[in-house]
Design a protein around this ligand. Structure first.
Ligand code: GDG
Length: 493
């Protein structure tokens, strides 16, 4: 199994002295004011969950939007703080955005344009010129924050590692001022085919911005190929399918796939701790889950995650197999996100309505079929829920990877537990021992729920063992090392 020490050794042997700068919109730690006290939160979201262990292992600087109402109170003059606060391992540098910037760049262009454009879930993207202008302005701000770090970084090699669809133009702005900086970009969501992407009025500038990077990564080969196809269709550039690279105006961008993962060992350690065991027992009692078959859904509340589809399938399952009434419970957890947007307010109302209707329809004096929590839950509690649940249900309509699937597998230290997984997630490519569903096919979904109960204990254990081997072998440290090894090729020139 690849460890954090192996990752450190790989970096030192490949790059020697280095200065790693990660840039993302979301910060890994948020300081929140609560009744005159400042508390630290770990925000929801896949990219942050994946990168924090890497930064803890490698050190460096993480530049992100300071979005907490206590954030300014704890940083130094440069907006910096060492994190994690209790055991500092790297520097978090916060970039401040005003309301107009946040509205246009984050809510508008990132979440109402790029997110629906790249996910095939039939939510129409919105194209506003004003959002695009704010997106460009904020990307410049992030580029300036990076450049100011490089000036201070003496002779070390600098690697800038940009994260996700919020940062499409940052490499371009960096390279305009300092062409020698190595920039890598990881796009955490799907890249659609050219037919879908071509409706975006700003597509050529977006592609130009991305091609300023020396390497661009996607979770799966399919999305990388979609990107190359889009480039071929939209801009004048030479694509090399052998090398999987694109050359534009003499600059080469490698296009690669790196399936992201989790810190499997750390998850297992936390799940098997006394503390999690106790919390798991408490939750079972509090929520009347003792002696029940527990289905679990855990997602940021988002219209791409297929939450209504899974509730409807569960409703139909109870209609078709009433013998399971009072024997099963569906626990749906995960925090509300991007709630200021209409599409997210709508999905929230729809989920609330469905939970209300299904519970009303099937509940008895002793039992309600669905337990629903949309509060932000501490990560320790998420792990406790993984521990007590029999089946994880992942029904995304489209998902770059889906880390919940991998977290759940990593948590099943006793090889008990079953994964129902949408075929439209990136993780479906690796996790072949899951029970696959097409979330749009409700009848098939109902049978998958039934199958996850009926499957023999021996078969479940056999499948979980294989899944656990995959996740522990291809963990987050191996993922980062693979990226670094690819990047290190630049230093050979
Ligand atoms: C994007 C891509 C890709 C959820 N609710 C709470 C909470 N979570 C945590 C989960 C998990 C993370 O959020 C969700 O990760 P996913 O990967 O499932 O999904 P996205 O947020 O959409 O992530 C995705 C990922 O980036 C990484 O590249 O896999 O395809 O869409 O870690 O546990 N965490 C806490 N409270 C909650 O209420 N603490």
């Amino acid at each position: 199994m690849y460890t954090k020490e192996d990752l450190k050794n790989t970096i030192v042997s490949e790059l020697g002295e280095y200065n790693l700068i990660v840039v993302s919109n979301r910060e890994p730690y948020i300081h929140i004011m609560k009744e005159d006290k400042i508390v630290v939160w770990r925000p929801t979201g896949g990219a942050v969950t994946a990168l924090d262990p890497i930064m803890k292992a490698c050190g460096g600087t993480w530049i992100a939007h300071g979005s907490g109402n206590g954030d300014k109170k704890v940083v130094d003059r440069d907006g910096k703080i060492k994190v994690p606060v209790e055991n500092p391992r790297y520097t978090l540098k916060r970039v401040w955005l005003d309301k107009e910037e946040e509205k246009g760049y984050y809510y508008g262009f990132a979440n109402e344009t790029l997110w629906p454009l790249c996910h095939i879930s039939y939510t129409r993207p919105v194209f506003r010129e004003s959002d695009w202008q704010q997106y460009k302005k904020v990307n410049k701000k992030f580029a300036d924050a990076v450049l100011s770090e490089i000036n201070h970084s003496d002779k070390k090699k600098t690697i800038v590692w940009l994260q996700d669809f919020h940062m499409a133009l940052v490499a371009k702005y960096i390279k305009e001022k300092n062409p020698h900086v190595i920039c890598a970009y990881f796009w955490h969501i799907p890249w659609p085919n050219p037919e879908v992407f071509r409706i975006c009025p700003f597509r050529k500038e977006i592609i130009d911005g991305i091609l300023a990077n020396d390497m661009v990564g996607f979770h799966i080969r399919y999305h990388a190929d979609n990107f190359i196809d889009t480039v071929e269709r939209e801009v004048e550039a030479k694509t090399d399918r052998e090398r999987n690279s694109i050359i534009k105006e003499g600059h080469e961008t490698l296009v690669r796939s790196f399936p992201i993962s989790v810190d499997a060992q750390d998850i297992e350690n936390q799940v098997t701790s006394k503390e999690t065991e106790e919390r798991a027992n408490e939750l079972k009692k509090e929520l009347s889950l003792e002696n029940k078959i527990i289905f679990l859904g855990c997602d940021r509340i988002d219209y791409t995650k297929g939450i209504p589809e899974r509730l409807i399938a569960f409703d139909k399952f109870l209609d078709k197999y009433p013998q399971y009434k009072e024997k099963v419970v569906f626990v749906q957890i995960g925090a509300v996100s991007r709630i200021l947007l209409k599409s997210y307010a709508n999905i929230n109302s729809e989920i609330n309505r469905l939970v209300g209707e299904i519970n009303w329809k099937h509940s008895t004096s002793e039992w309600a079929p669905i337990v629903f929590s949309k509060e932000f839950i501490p990560y320790k509690d998420i792990l406790a829920f993984y521990r007590i649940s029999d089946v994880i249900v992942i029904s995304s309509l489209h998902d770059g990877m889906n880390l919940v699937a991998k977290e759940y597998i990593a948590s099943k230290f006793d090889n008990k537990g079953t994964v129902i997984l949408s075929q439209f997630t990136g993780s479906a490519r690796e996790l072949q021992e899951a029970i696959f569903i097409n979330p749009y096919n409700i009848n098939e979904f109902v049978e998958a729920l039934k199958c996850s109960i009926d499957m023999s204990a021996k078969e479940k254990e056999k499948r979980m063992k294989v899944l656990r081997d995959i996740v522990s072998e291809n963990n987050i440290y191996k993922w980062a090392a693979t990226v670094i090894l690819e990047l290190s090729k630049f230093y050979l020139y």
